[in-house]
Write a protein that binds this ligand. Sequence first.
Ligand SMILES: NC(=O)c1ccc[n+]([C@@H]2O[C@H](COP(=O)([O-])OP(=O)(O)OC[C@H]3O[C@@H](n4cnc5c(N)ncnc54)[C@H](O)[C@@H]3O)[C@@H](O)[C@H]2O)c1
Length: 286
Amino acid sequence: MTIENITKIGVLGAGQMGGGIAHVAAVAGYEVLLADVSVERADAGKQAIGKRLARGVSKGRMTQEDADAALARITPCTSADFGAVDFAVEAATENVDLKLKLFKQLDEVVPAGAILATNTSSISITKIGAVTSRPTRVIGMHFMNPVPVMKLVEVIRSIETADSVVAQTVALAESMGKTCVEAKDQPGFAVNRILMPYINEAFQTLYEGIASAEGIDTSMKLGTNVPMGPLTLADFIGLDTCLAIMEVLHDGFGDSKYRPSPALRKYVEAGLLGRKTGRGVFDYRS
Ligand SMILES: NC(=O)c1ccc[n+]([C@@H]2O[C@H](COP(=O)([O-])OP(=O)(O)OC[C@H]3O[C@@H](n4cnc5c(N)ncnc54)[C@H](O)[C@@H]3O)[C@@H](O)[C@H]2O)c1
């Protein structure tokens, strides 16, 4: 069920998260403009959504007809085409300079009354809002990975975000079947303030040779009943994203307890970013 006032949603970034957001928005009945650096990249994102929808059909979670209709609601484009969207969600790479640049661009293209949301995992919503002409209409809408599966959306208001914008964002997330929790605009908000130091410590434990990668993950799975170990989870999130979030925590709080592990840095330097590149701590190529 869609909500009043919002029919067309622009999603900027067609990677893991943008693709997931476009997927749930289209299934909920919204028209989706899916943008990336090029229409080709956005189109690749749409194809990946098509594969995930087909898996949903084969597992009996949705009908072929519904999957086809959802996919048909997604149009690959670039953000220059966001001139008629009612709501935009940015889900590009976790980099503060990039996000500031993209929000300046979105502010110029997206209609003045529309809301600009960011899926950032850790960057200040207040800082992002301040580069636009509509800071009261900028908000954090932090989906979890994989978006179609994970129920939570963390909603973050900047010091400027209007109450009505929070209410509309929550209503939109709920119309996509999500449950919202509000968190304050501090580095990492709530989820990554807790999760990333845990993942970082797993890399540090690996770096110090306390246990093997498999040993660390098995220990946490069988010892604490989490569904996947922290290193597998990091591969799933993307090690570049994990490092970027640790850097935001480290810089934002100025506390050495958030220092990124040298092991995490090494993997990123090597381009071993996790599942999305085929290799991270573990190998997914076979
Ligand atoms: N991976 C996770 O588990 C997770 C969870 C919650 C939030 N996030 C956040 O979501 C955002 C995206 O993460 P992801 O995992 O989807 O990363 P990703 O690497 O899978 O996708 C990022 C996408 O952004 C695109 N991009 C880069 N520069 C761009 C530009 N100038 N214009 C348009 N698109 C551009 C890339 O081409 C890529 O398709 C980040 O802010 C991240 O912190 C990630």
